[in-house]
Design a protein. Structure first.
Length: 210
């Protein structure tokens, strides 16, 4: 049984599972204890490193959750080790809701999704957000790749648990670079045909009129 399930299956969740008839299936997953923080697998690390964005959920002092999107070039979220993620946070709308939330309660949830491959990963962790001057060596490590913009702080997430989410109902979507890569052979073929067409037109133009 995964550490993620241990954290997610609260008493209220278990009651709902019993009401909905899934308690027996989840019971089988609860037999093995998983009390220690769960290290990232190679597959999970590669998946995170290959994405250009994720959803970041935190909880404020009012008890209300807050979700923020964070994006950048693929790899801007760095897997520092099997227990730690990090990235450089750039200036946005300057509300700092997520930053304030994690300073009051460091428990967060991250949601990574690859629409093109219909795959998603959910993660529990403990987040920190500190000024860049407090850890210059780590800032240098996180600098490439990173999100464009003025860097204000560095964010680290100590991974507590993760789980691959059900792929059902993920609508396939493709980024501009993915579409461009897929269409590259088509563009090459069109360019080749245009060249052949131009050569044939030139050949016909050189033939004497009858």
């Amino acid at each position: 049984m995964s550490r993620y399930d241990r954290l997610a299956y609260t008493s209220s969740v278990r009651r709902v599972q019993e009401q909905m008839g899934s308690a027996t299936a989840t019971d089988r997953r609860l037999r093995e204890p998983a009390e220690e923080a769960e290290p990232l697998t190679g597959a999970a690390a590669d998946f995170i490193s290959g994405l250009d964005g994720f959803l970041f959920a935190s909880v404020g002092e009012t008890g209300w959750p807050y979700i923020q999107f964070r994006g950048g070039p693929p790899g801007f979220v760095h897997v520092l080790d099997e227990h730690t993620l990090g990235y450089l946070d750039v200036r946005g709308n300057r509300q700092y809701i997520t930053t304030g939330n994690v300073r009051g309660n460091d428990r967060v949830a991250l949601f990574f999704i690859d629409h093109a491959r219909q795959t998603r990963l959910k993660l529990f962790g403990h987040a920190t957000a500190v000024p860049v001057g407090e850890a210059p060596e780590l800032v240098e490590r996180l600098d490439s790749p990173r999100t464009d913009g003025t860097v204000e702080q560095l964010v680290t997430i100590r991974v507590e648990a993760f789980a691959w989410n059900c792929p059902n109902h993920i609508t396939p979507r493709f980024s501009q670079s993915e579409v461009s890569e897929a269409l590259a052979p088509v563009r090459d073929r069109i360019a080749q045909l245009e060249q052949e067409n131009a050569a044939l037109r030139a050949e016909l133009a050189d033939r004497p009129a009858r």
